[in-house]
Each structure stands twice: as C-alpha cells, then as structure tokens.
Design a protein around this ligand. Structure first.
Ligand SMILES: NC(=O)c1ccc[n+]([C@@H]2O[C@H](COP(=O)([O-])OP(=O)(O)OC[C@H]3O[C@@H](n4cnc5c(N)ncnc54)[C@H](OP(=O)(O)O)[C@@H]3O)[C@@H](O)[C@H]2O)c1
Length: 244
C-alpha cells in the first residue's frame, strides 16, 4: 500500500521518518513546497520517493496524508481532488474540517522515533488509519469530542513536558551541575518515572508515596510545587487551547 504524505515539515517529516524506520520506505511518497525540504528528507530516508508534485503523488498513492499547515488544506485538496477517487484521505491538520477528508488524526512529532501518541477520530475508516499510526507509536480511536483534548495532551503536550524538563535542567545548573549533565539527569529521572508507572500501573500520586518519607525532604519540594500552584498551572495549560 503506497502512502503519499503531502507536506514534509515538522509533523509530516516525523511521520515519514518514523514510517521509514518501520520498514515502509518503499511505500512512501513525499511532497513539499521547496527543493530544500525534499532534498533533506531524501537524505534522511534515501529509499522514499520525494517529489514536488502533489497531484502526481496523490495519483500514485493508495492513501494520502495531508500534513500542510491548516490554512493550506483546502487549496491542496482542490489541487489533488481529481486524483483522489475513493482513496483514503487522512488529515493531521489541527482544527480543519473538509467534506472530502475521511479521517482526522492527531499524531505528535515523536512519531519520528516510533513514540507518537496519536488520536484518530471515530469514523468508518478510522481503523485503517489507526493501523498506520500504530506503526509509529501508540494510537487511540476516540470520539470527536475528545480530539481537541487529545491534541492538547499529546500534540501540544510534548512542548509542556519540555518546559518541565527545562525547569528541572535550570534548577540543576543553579545547584552546580553543567547544563549537559543537568539535562541528562533530568531526562534519566523522567525516563525512570515513566518506567515506574508503566511497569507498576500505579497512579502518579501512589508512586509519589513511595519516594516521600514523612517529615523528609521530598515532601518539602512537593509542597513548594503546591504553593506555586503547579497542578493548577498544568491543568489550565492543557485547557487553554480548547475551543470555548
Ligand atoms: N508540529 C506538530 O507538532 C504537529 C502536531 C500535530 C499536527 N500538526 C499539524 O501538521 C500540519 C503541519 O504542521 P508542521 O508543524 O509540520 O508545519 P511545517 O513544519 O511548516 O511543515 C509544513 C510542510 O508543508 C509543506 N508545504 C507547504 N505548502 C505546500 C504545498 N502547497 N504542497 C505540499 N507541501 C507544502 C512545507 O514545505 P517546505 O518545507 O518546502 O516549505 C513543509 O514541509 C499542521 O496542519 C499542524 O496542525 C503539527
């Protein structure tokens, strides 16, 4: 099955690299606006078919994934519609609806490393799309009302996790670690926390109990986070992008 990815920037490029790493290079067709982007994706994934022509890409594919900026989606569909026939058309563009799109999906850029958290909106063809996104990470089919929340938690969520890691890194530097050391320490601590929750199935608060000695130092730090309204800030951050 040939997949054409229209638009090869941060998101399209991550999907292409992730699918290529999953052994799908020979089935990937990729387009972009500039030769520079096409050149760089061809260098990263030499066995894919990179071309400047969206119509040709759509004509040669069985599935088309739109990964251009939201405001370009309508124009690109108009450009390729004659080549689409009844092919599966998937869009990853945030907040854009169009009659011709079969499946709305919201991956994140960790797709490049096979670690996306992707949401696919319920629809008759959702499982076909989910099968593809499942090759670059975890994929959940959810009702339309949860797509925005999924985007905030996982699409945008990557940025929020980065902010936490930046804060931890800067704290480490203030306490005397070199920036590269502090970043590695923060990353390994994050990795350990993720493994702990994955392996035990614990709720985060139950895992916190395991490292919190009564009257000890961990609880002092946790209470500082509460004084600074950390929990509330994270919840407000996640809800900030929801449409009113
Ligand atoms: N970034 C994320 O984390 C993320 C997560 C989930 C969903 N999304 C969605 O993914 C879409 C793309 O976002 P992005 O961050 O990847 O944007 P981006 O980095 O700007 O990439 C857009 C790509 O589209 C290409 N392009 C522009 N016009 C085109 C055309 N007419 N035909 C073919 N390709 C064209 C660009 O080519 P050139 O490079 O040659 O200019 C570029 O490669 C958006 O709709 C966004 O909502 C993004």
């Amino acid at each position: 099955m040939k997949i054409a990815v229209i638009g090869c920037g941060n998101m399209g490029g991550a999907l292409v690299k992730g699918w290529a790493k999953a052994g799908m290079s020979a089935n990937l067709i990729v387009t972009a606006r500039t030769q520079e982007t096409l050149g760089s994706i061809s260098k990263a994934c030499p066995d894919i078919n990179a071309m400047p022509d969206n119509r040709q890409a759509a004509a040669e594919a069985d599935v088309v994934v739109l990964a251009v900026k939201p405001w370009l989606v309508e124009g690109v569909i108009a450009e390729i519609v004659t080549e689409l026939g009844d092919k599966l058309l998937i869009s990853v563009a945030a907040g854009i609806r169009h009659d011709r799109i079969n499946v709305y999906a919201m991956p994140n850029i960790a797709a490049e490393f096979g670690e996306s958290m992707t949401f696919v909106e319920e629809s008759p063809l959702a499982s076909q799309a989910a099968e593809l996104f499942g090759r670059v990470g975890e994929c959940r089919i959810v009702p339309r009302r949860q797509m925005e929340a999924g985007m905030m938690m996982a699409g945008c969520g990557i940025a929020y996790v980065m902010r936490f890691l930046r804060a931890m890194t800067e704290g480490g530097v203030e306490m005397g670690f070199r920036p590269d050391e502090a970043k590695e320490i923060a990353l390994q601590t994050m990795r350990g926390a993720v493994a702990l929750l994955h392996e035990t199935g614990l709720h985060p608060e139950a895992a916190i109990d395991k490292v919190t000695t009564p009257g000890g130092i961990t609880i002092k730090g946790l209470n500082e986070l509460d004084h600074a309204a950390f929990n509330s800030a994270v919840i407000r951050c996640l809800k900030a992008g929801l449409e009113k």
